[in-house]
Design a protein around this ligand. Structure first.
Ligand code: NDP
Ligand code: PMR
Length: 419
């Protein structure tokens, strides 16, 4: 109760006026259990070094590098008595930091996945992969600059050459930027406002370009990382100003390019642009599910990992905020989750047989409060941030609005040149 009052009070301060009544309704439609991701510790070393390819450069793919999977007709290679085979192929965008890196580490160390770390800074990707001890032969780093549609296209071409005929089995759209303090918008190569361009448009094109290939894989999954802050049926997204709101997508209708910064066509507001981009991420998942799940069998999902309050996402925030934010999230809201656990949560969405359901927005008890989860008995449940159980969360009415989602989809296709 004390915690709830503290949050309501702080949120009121943050917003500048009295709390509104929230629209949140149900909270848990189904509870499933967590499967720990501990697998084999045997990691093979591929004989050949894994080549890195970068946008615009001539592809330098080492064709002797082989990836074996369930669909591969080749006999799994045996090196030093260790069978390297039957690994699934997963692409993780933004795998050089925070959630993406932690997830890459988790999946690579299971021995079941070959991870393509899709990074804007290849050297950084290689360095952090080594620092984290990703086993040799379990990953490669490829250039992907989501602020450039050409780079997205180059990445897809390079990926296809790299993996040859083997279909991609898993795609995690994780990369993002948050620009809360910029007074003016920064633009991508194609003229999109940076956070909408990287978080939504770049990923939108990427997923669309990979769908055909993934539809050939058995058990394919796509996860686009969403957030509580895009959902107005939550404390974090509903009480804390500004709220996500795509309006009638007037900005997208104008092409979403310079000088139009915001989805709703209004003046630039960095914190809101990030939240709007997360709405687009979650709506994209719903549309992918509606449009393609039945025909392709691909499982599309979104997730909220918890508040990973120490990541570089908050690089633009002042030092005092970066120090106090984790403390506030740990001891006041209970929404905090560490990077390691967050990575395991994302890996669970990709790997756990229980997450083989399409169209779901996954969250965890402990660190993922919706208003509904505080409401039934008046007590916070699962606060404390870790060790929680996964459940199918309910997005806000605005995120679930089918008409807006359809419109967002059509205008996004146009914006990235897919029509
Ligand atoms: P980080 O900043 O730690 O990681 C973001 C990653 O995206 C980095 O690898 C970064 O690369 C990469 N990236 C940024 N811009 C581009 C670009 N133009 N092209 C390619 N890659 C790019 O943030 P988090 O780990 O916290 O965020 C990961 C995801 O989790 C995001 O989708 C975020 O919205 C979501 N999320 C985060 C929460 C949190 O509390 N932190 C809460 C809810 C959701 P580089 O290493 O070069 O900077
Ligand atoms: Mg928020 C249960 C309450 C809760 C949760 C789960 C979050 C998550 N936040 C909560 C509450 C509050 N926050 C309250 C009461 C305040 C006012 C003091 C508050 C403030 C706040 C700020 C200024 N919170 C923030 C910011 C950011 O700059 C972060 C943001 O919005 O980034 C887009 C943020 C976040 N709070 C969260 C989460 C998960 C974030 C990170 C954002 C994300 O990636 O979605």
């Amino acid at each position: 109760m004390i915690r709830f009052v503290a949050i309501a009070y702080l949120a009121t301060l943050a917003r500048g006026f009295a709390p509104v009544s929230l629209q949140g309704k149900g909270f848990v439609s189904q509870v499933t259990t967590t499967t720990p991701l501990s697998e084999t510790t045997l990691y093979p070393r591929l004989a050949s070094s894994l080549a890195v390819v970068s946008s615009g450069e001539k592809s330098s793919i080492d064709q002797s590098t082989k990836i074996y999977g369930p669909e591969s007709k080749e006999t799994p290679k045996v090196l030093g008595g260790v069978k390297i085979g039957l690994r699934k192929l997963v692409v993780i965008t933004g795998a050089s930091s925070g959630l993406g890196l932690s997830c890459a580490e988790t999946l690579a160390k299971t021995g079941k996945y070959f991870v393509v770390m899709a990074c804007r800074d290849v050297e950084k990707g290689k360095r952090v992969a080594k620092e984290r001890g990703l086993p040799d032969g379990s990953y490669t780093v490829m250039k992907l600059e989501l602020a450039s549609l050409q780079s997205v296209r180059d990445f897809v071409a390079n990926l296809k050459a790299f993996k040859s005929a083997r279909p991609l089995t898993h795609l995690i759209c994780n990369a993002a930027v948050y620009k809360p303090t910029d007074p003016e918008p920064v633009w991508t190569d194609d003229g999109f406002e940076m956070s909408m361009g990287v978080n939504h448009f770049g990923h939108f094109l990427l997923v669309n370009l990979l769908l055909d290939d993934m539809s050939r894989a058995k058990g394919a999954r796509v996860c686009i990382v969403g957030s509580i802050t895009g959902n107005t049926n939550t404390v974090g997204g509903g009480l804390v100003y500004p709220q996500a709101n795509l309006g009638n997508l007037a900005g997208f209708e104008k092409g979403a390019t310079k000088p139009v910064a915001m989805a709703d066509g209004k003046p630039f507001f960095g914190a809101k642009a990030y939240k709007d981009s997360k709405v687009c991420n979650m709506m994209t998942v719903s549309e992918l599910h509606r449009r393609y799940h039945e025909d392709t069998g691909i499982v599309f999902s979104s997730m909220y990992p918890g508040c990973i309050a120490e990541t570089a996402l908050f690089r633009e925030k002042r030092q005092w905020f970066r120090k106090l934010f984790p403390v506030f999230m740990k001891y006041v809201t209970g929404g905090y989750v560490g990077e390691k656990e967050a990575g395991e949560r994302l890996a669970q969405v990709i790997d756990d047989p229980q997450c083989n359901k399409s169209g779901v927005y996954w969250s965890w008890n402990g660190g993922a409060q919706t208003v509904g989860r505080w409401a039934p008995d008046g007590k916070p449940r699962g606060a404390g941030g870790s060790g929680g159980e996964i459940f199918e969360n309910q997005q806000s009415d605005a995120v679930r609005d089918i008409e807006t989602a359809k419109k967002m989809w059509a205008l996004s296709k146009k914006a990235v040149g897919l029509t």
